[in-house]
Write a protein that binds this ligand. Structure first.
Ligand code: 26W
Length: 819
């Protein structure tokens, strides 16, 4: 531990004194009155003193070194609890545990006092958090830019099986101990108003934005601590405050304030995270969040750039801006506006800089998730940006004309503006046109981006579209969440695997070692017990850890097919009750998932699973063979208990729909075997572990497309398969909702009469058959252990350290700066 740069100055007595000082002076608590929560807060603040100092010093070094940096712009950073993770990165876990022990406190208990900062919805936000961790661990200069939402993703509870949402005040009344306010970084952000033409002192015709409203962006920094080094990078989150008093004369003048002026207070902009995942709602307040985020971030990037002594012409050389999906796209016209209107650069000079500064990551192919904004909305809120978007499009369409002369249908397809009764701005098209690199997030996904989503762009801009396969941080997702497995790995491969995951490949030689298998499976058993204890304590359901723990945790979405999993459970239920020859190893099916509050079918699926769980868990006829557990309020801190406890990982999306998935990687690292489709990163996981060590089923992407083209008829499968029919028909009875038949019918109706858009029925039979194979193989514990070990050993490709190196080498051209 001492070789870690951040630990060397650890002075236990001074640390204990600092904790006590924060307890009394920061949190106004006496030693006698201190609660576990106040101890946790005081400890957090004492630790944050180290990281704040290192953060400022890292900033200084990077400015002095004139280092090129990446700016990661994301509307979401699903960081999870910071205290435990930062202790590991600082190399202080043992020291602090001991210090607290001496004060009569248990570190593990204190860590439970921290609320999850849930500043993201799911995969995209969690990826951003893993990437920040890997940037810092490898010392690639970086700043993460996001929003300081007052309320994170809603808290979920179940009332009679139905999802209810409650606000998530993640900071608590006392504030979050790890965040530091940076008042000197405050930015002004303009909104609404009009554009005016004027002639400058040189007689040049210029344009400028005359805004109607100004709000303030206040910066909060969270420390991203480099594992085993001295670098600390900021995750800079902007909070919107209304400037008081803002320009009342303009504010009250109807000429300035358009008819669409929203009845909202400026202070509301960063109130709450939008809870949609993969579905674009097009709400004005969301556009305002996006612009607010971009305006603050771009201004801060330029401030840093100039503070380090660089000229604006050098921007693309020293800074790159990665757009995490299209959500921060408005940063592109924002930078163009500043270059044109404030720096007075000509269009070509400005475009040269902007288009060489931005890169864009695409995270989804689902048409309903591809963002478009109405021209009218942008025109009203950001009139100058709308002009600039038109100009970008105008020039781009000339390039299209040169490549495909006279071809209007290609122009219509590629245009940034979608024509129609309501003209819309296509943010993905704007990104592809205006960035120097576009990447998908897994090999298959990136191929589909090129082949199906943007084929003409790929022809027009050869080499721009590429792939960077996602990854996850082994610090949080193995070392922190699975201490038992970590100790075992360290014993076999040495202690530096968390920073060099290639090292775990050395475990392969122990896959057939009987003693190692036993110890590996004993760790799995302990982790299953930890989960079982949580379930018993929080849900009152008793579980047997000899059962197969089969887990599906991810946002609730039709394409992710939790209802396929449900149909399988119903088929088991049916067979256990009706087929005396049917035998199965006991199994517990776990679910964790939040549904977007407006997504009715997703909520119906949650309700159905909960109702089936209620019945199944209490039905003595099943002999305890089948249990269903839907953990409420699935979040990062619960994921940390669930991943290590899994025997089977459910990755069952319709082929072509899941861009990558990252939970799939966390499960496999922790020794769960995957049942999955040939989708997203499952494809590459199969390449790594080999076909024998993963359970692949279902239609391939091309088969899905072909079946749809031929005219898919779900009834055909319903009629041909009696097990499927029985499972589906159970949904139309009152078996799970006694006295109230029809309560679960919406799911059946969607699959049969709604056309089954995600081919659940087409994949059902193969899915069931593959689960039978899992059942058989689990009974041979030695074989299972070997396969589980191989999954851990062969996952090194999926460290987010590798993903970040791919970005740094192939896209950003970024070098590490060691402190
Ligand atoms: C505008 C509404 C909206 C909100 C969120 C549209 C799209 C999103 C995200 C892009 C959805 C998302 O989280 N996508 C997931 O990104 C992960 C990280 O790359 C992938 O692993 C998942 O496959 C992908 O679904």
């Amino acid at each position: 531990m001492t070789k870690n740069g951040q630990t060397q100055q650890f002075d236990k007595a001074a640390f204990k004194a600092a904790v006590e000082k924060h307890l009394t002076t920061t949190y106004a608590t006496t030693l006698a009155n201190a609660t576990p929560r106040s101890w946790y807060l005081a400890m957090g603040r004492a630790l944050a003193e180290f990281t704040t100092t290192n953060l400022l010093e890292t900033e200084k070094t990077l400015a002095e070194e004139k280092a090129r940096s990446v700016n990661y712009l994301s509307l979401e950073f699903l960081i999870g609890r910071l205290t435990g993770n930062n202790l590991i990165s600082m190399g202080l876990y043992e020291n602090v545990s001991q210090a607290m022990e001496e004060m009569g406190l248990n570190l593990t208990d204190l860590l439970e006092e921290e609320r999850d900062p849930a500043l993201g919805n799911g995969g995209l936000g969690r990826l951003a958090a893993c990437f920040m961790d890997s940037l810092a661990a490898q010392e690639y200069p970086a700043v993460g830019y996001g929003l300081h939402y007052e309320y994170g993703l809603f808290r979920q509870s179940f009332v009679d099986g139905r999802q209810e949402e409650a606000p998530d005040a993640w900071r608590g009344a006392e504030g979050y101990p790890w965040e530091v306010l940076r008042p000197e970084l405050t930015q002004q952000v303009n909104l609404y108003g009009h554009v005016e033409a004027y002639t400058d002192e040189n007689g040049t015709a210029c344009r400028r934005w005359v805004p109607a409203l100004t709000v303030e962006g206040v910066a909060w920094d969270l420390p991203i601590v480099g594992y085993g080094n001295k670098s600390v990078y900021p995750l800079r989150l902007w909070e919107c405050r209304s400037t008081a008093p803002f320009n009342l004369a303009r504010f009250n003048d109807g000429d300035y304030v358009g008819a669409q002026f929203p009845a909202l207070e400026a202070g509301n902009v960063t109130k709450v995270l939008y809870p949609n995942d993969n579905h674009d709602q097009g709400k004005a307040l969301r556009l305002m969040q996006q612009y607010f985020h971009c305006a603050c971030s771009v201004a801060d990037i330029l401030r840093r750039h100039h503070a380090a002594g660089h000229t604006i012409e050098e921007l693309a050389k020293l800074e790159t801006i990665q757009l995490n999906d299209t959500h921060p796209t408005i940063a592109i016209p924002e930078l163009m506006r500043i270059l044109l209107d404030e720096y007075k650069l000509g269009w070509d000079a400005a475009w040269e800089i902007a288009s060489n500064t931005f890169a864009y990551t695409n995270h989804t192919l689902l048409p309903e998730a591809l963002e478009t904004w109405s021209e009218a909305l942008i025109q009203a809120m950001l009139p100058r940006h709308m002009e600039i978007i038109f100009e970008i499009n105008h020039r781009f369409l000339q390039v299209v004309e040169a490549k495909w002369p006279g071809n209007n249908s290609i122009k219509r397809k590629l245009s940034i503006i979608e024509e129609g009764p309501q003209r819309m701005v296509r943010m993905a098209n704007l990104c592809v046109v205006s960035t120097y690199a576009v990447n998908g997030v897994a090999a298959l996904h990136s191929e589909l981006v090129k082949r199906d989503l943007f084929p003409e762009f790929n022809e027009l801009f050869p080499g721009r579209l590429t792939n960077v396969t996602n990854g996850v941080t082994p610090r949080r997702w193995i070392k922190y969440c699975n201490p038992g497995l970590s100790a075992l790995i360290t014993e076999k491969v040495g202690e530096d695997w968390p920073a060099h995951l290639e090292k775990i490949a050395e475990l392969e030689q122990f896959a057939t070692d009987a003693d190692f298998q036993k110890r590996y499976m004993a760790v799995k058993k302990e982790n299953k017990q930890r989960l079982a204890d949580w379930v018993e304590e929080n849900m009152g359901i008793e579980l047997d850890t000899n059962a197969i723990f089969d887990i599906q945790i991810k946002r609730l979405h039709e394409y992710k097919r939790q209802h396929l999993n449900l149909l399988h459970i119903l088929s088991l239920y049916h067979r256990l009750l009706n087929d005396p020859t049917f035998d199965m190893h006991p199994r517990v099916f776990f679910f964790g998932a939040k549904a977007a509050p407006g997504y009715a079918l997703a909520k119906d699926i949650i309700f159905a699973i909960n109702k089936v769980a209620e019945k199944v868990n209490n039905d003595p006829r099943l002999g305890g063979k089948l249990k269903v557990v839907f953990v409420p309020d699935y979040r990062v801190s619960l994921a940390e208990i669930l991943f290590p406890a899994a025997d089977v990982s459910e990755q069952i999306s319709t082929a072509g729909k899941e861009a990558s998935g990252t939970g799939n990687m966390k499960f496999a690292m922790n020794g769960a075997l995957t049942i999955g489709t040939m989708d997203g990163a499952n494809v590459e996981m199969r390449e790594e572990v080999g076909d024998d060590n993963i359970f692949i089923f279902g239609l391939l992407v091309d088969e899905v497309q072909q079946l749809k083209q031929e005219g898919y008829d779900p009834y055909r499968y319903y009629q041909a398969d009696s097990v499927l029919r029985a499972a589906l028909d159970l949904l139309d009875t009152d078996e799970f909702t006694p006295g109230q038949p029809g309560q679960l019918s919406a799911i059946r109706a969607n699959l049969l009469d709604g056309g089954d858009p995600y081919l659940v029925l087409a994949d059902f039979a193969d899915y069931v058959k593959t689960h039978e194979k899992i059942d058989a193989e689990y009974r041979d514990q030695k074989t299972w252990a070997r396969k589980a070990i191989l999954n851990t050993a062969l996952m090194s490709k999926f460290s987010s350290d590798r993903s970040i190196r791919d970005y740094a080498n192939n896209i950003w051209k970024l070098d590490p700066v060691n402190r």
